[in-house]
Design a protein around this ligand. Structure first.
Ligand code: SF4
Ligand code: F3S
Length: 76
């Protein structure tokens, strides 16, 4: 799944939401989150984020690894 990381916090541009064909990007208090169980890995959201907060799970930077779990936890 794709993952939204810390640059989204306080920015919440939301351009990614319109791109998602399965509507799996949801608004949280501080940032948006991607539901890993619904994401189909299409990649459409990644290039539209102005702060480059979105990564495929395998390319999440070392210092942003905790966001993989944070995205998943939001949908529990
Ligand atoms: Fe939605 Fe595709 Fe982004 Fe997954 S990769 S969140 S399916 S736009
Ligand atoms: Fe956040 Fe970027 Fe989407 S700032 S809401 S991940 S377009």
């Amino acid at each position: 799944a794709y993952v939204i990381t810390s640059p989204c916090i306080g920015v919440k541009d939301a351009s990614c939401v319109e791109e998602c064909p399965v509507d799996c990007i949801h608004e949280g208090e501080d940032q948006y989150y991607i539901d890993p169980d619904t994401c189909i890995d299409c990649g459409a959201c990644e290039p539209v984020c102005p702060v480059e907060a979105i990564f495929a799970e395998e390319f999440v930077p070392e210092e942003e690894q905790e966001f993989i779990q944070k995205n998943a936890d939001f949908f529990k």
